[in-house]
Design a protein around this ligand. Structure first.
Ligand SMILES: *Cc1c(COP(=O)(O)O)cnc(C)c1O
Length: 473
């Protein structure tokens, strides 16, 4: 036999040959010829690698090509390309502030304000009544002050930015005193000591991992101290022989020594008058209480327990807020018009006594009894799919996003088993469907938690399940 015919690389087509196929032309029309060329090159390289690694012979390669494997792989690459990026998803995982799924879904009124600000000109840095230039977050700051009881407010891109601005403004080139037990790492590589270094401040750790008192701060506070900082350990909980510094005592120490005092709250539980308290979160610190304790600045996220768009909010004393605003970094960290529009609307809802309508809060309030009917409807819809077993079971949802980590919210979940499909495979198919559905896997079982459903999601999940299971056939 001709030895060349036995060369397993010989059957592989040239890039141009693949592109000449009418099916490839259709794919090129979807993602552009240039990208498709790259996909073909990468796919052929993958084939060559597999031939080498697995010692495939020419006959095996030919059989694969004749079976259309290359064309199928290219079509899958194109589908993946088209299906990538930010898009609507269904959260069936029961984690209310799911960082991977964009944290808080904003109130429809906030979403509308954001869409309008994005699509049109808007009144951003001008007072429409006097025609004079003003600041983009003047109103937002006023709303924030009213809602928190603070003298003034300020908003930046996220809470990480707020902390960076805080440290840089008050303690660049000087020391920041923090409890050893509060040097937290927030997901996404936000480590308090690293942020301090970037902000140009020197970290002075006081106390021990489990116990810190006011005397620890008192001993460390000196002429070179720029800031006394307290950090809410939002994403973990220490139990046992523990003590953290009392906020009021820390504020008093700051006043006595003339050193600014700040509290990074993170999750930012902001209870407005008239709204039902989020009592299920237990001892989670309240923004209003921190402000009332007299901190110069209190920082928290816009998209955690507040239920708004991504932002870092600062509430505090007038002089401190003015200093933050005067820092040149503020210009680099400020919010865009879209986020401001969504935040103003979210804060207005809270001030109008309509806080209970905010989706994240509504989801946190829901009791197991509230959720049971949705779980039953979904279980019935799932069980009607051939090959699927589904039943409801008592379960637990989570606030998420590092907020109240020890808190579990009683719920009803739907346990789904599809014949011939493992839980991981079923979850992967649900994620790959349109819209993507994110479920939870627990002990090799797929669970769907209706707590985090928005309007229409129950029907979306039922349809997604059917598509995922039928795709198995
Ligand atoms: C979440 C959190 C941050 C970071 O906030 P982002 O808005 O995610 O940037 C900082 N500090 C604490 C204590 C947090 O909980």
């Amino acid at each position: 036999m001709d030895p060349a015919a036995q060369n397993p690389f010989r059957p592989l087509p040239a890039v141009e040959e693949v592109l000449a196929d009418p099916a490839a032309a259709a794919l090129a029309a979807r993602v552009g010829r240039e990208l498709l060329v790259r996909f073909v090159q990468e796919e052929l390289a993958r084939w060559r690698e597999e031939i080498r690694a697995r010692g495939l012979d020419a006959a095996a390669v030919r059989a694969r090509l004749e079976g259309g494997e290359l064309a199928l792989a290219l079509a899958a690459r194109v589908r993946r390309e088209e299906g990538s990026g930010i898009r609507r998803a269904v959260n069936a995982a029961g984690v209310v502030l799911h960082t991977g799924l964009g944290r808080a879904p904003v109130h429809p009124a906030a979403a509308q304000a954001m869409a309008e600000a994005a699509a049109s000109y808007c009144v951003l840095e001008v007072d429409r009544f006097t025609g004079e230039r003003n600041r983009r977050d003047d109103r937002l700051s006023a709303l924030l002050a009213r809602l928190t009881g603070a003298e003034a407010g300020l908003a930046v891109n996220n809470n990480a930015a707020a902390v960076l601005l805080l440290l840089n403004t008050f303690a660049a080139g000087r020391a920041t005193v923090v409890s050893r037990g509060e040097l937290v790492e927030i997901g996404g590589s936000f480590r308090m000591p690293d942020v301090m270094e970037r902000a140009g401040t020197r970290l002075v750790e006081v106390g021990t991992t489990n116990r810190t008192g006011i005397d620890d701060y008192r001993r460390a506070a000196g002429p070179d101290t720029g800031l006394l900082l307290k950090v809410h350990t939002s994403n973990f909980r220490m139990e046992g022989f523990v003590a953290e510094v009392d906020p009021a005592a820390l504020v008093a120490l700051g006043r006595e020594r003339g050193i600014p005092v700040a509290y990074d709250l993170g999750s930012g539980l902001l209870e407005a008058e008239g709204a039902t308290p989020l009592a299920m979160l237990g001892a989670e610190p309240r923004v209003r209480a921190a402000v009332a304790a007299g901190f110069d600045a209190v920082t928290f996220s816009g998209d955690k327990l507040l239920g708004g768009p991504q932002a870092g909010l600062v509430a505090g004393r007038r002089a401190a807020i003015a200093e933050l605003r005067a820092n040149a970094l503020y210009r680099a960290l400020r919010l865009d018009k879209v986020a401001i529009a969504g935040l103003e609307k979210t804060l207005e809802l809270l001030l109008a006594g309509r806080g209970d309508e905010i989706p994240a809060r509504r989801m946190l309030f829901a009791t197991a009894d509230d959720l049971r009917p949705a779980a039953e409807v979904l279980a019935a819809a799932a069980a009607a799919i051939p090959g699927v077993r589904a039943e409801i079971a008592a379960g637990e949802s989570q606030p998420g996003s590092g907020s109240a980590p020890a808190v579990r919210l009683p719920t009803w979940v739907v346990r789904v088993n599809a014949a011939g499909l493992g839980a991981e495979e079923l979850a992967a198919r649900l994620r790959a469907g349109e819209p993507p559905v994110f479920a939870r896997i627990q002990q090799d079982e797929l669970l769907l938690d209706p707590r985090t459903f928005l309007a229409g999601d129950l029907e979306r999940v039922a349809a997604a399940l059917r598509a995922a299971v039928e795709g198995a056939g």
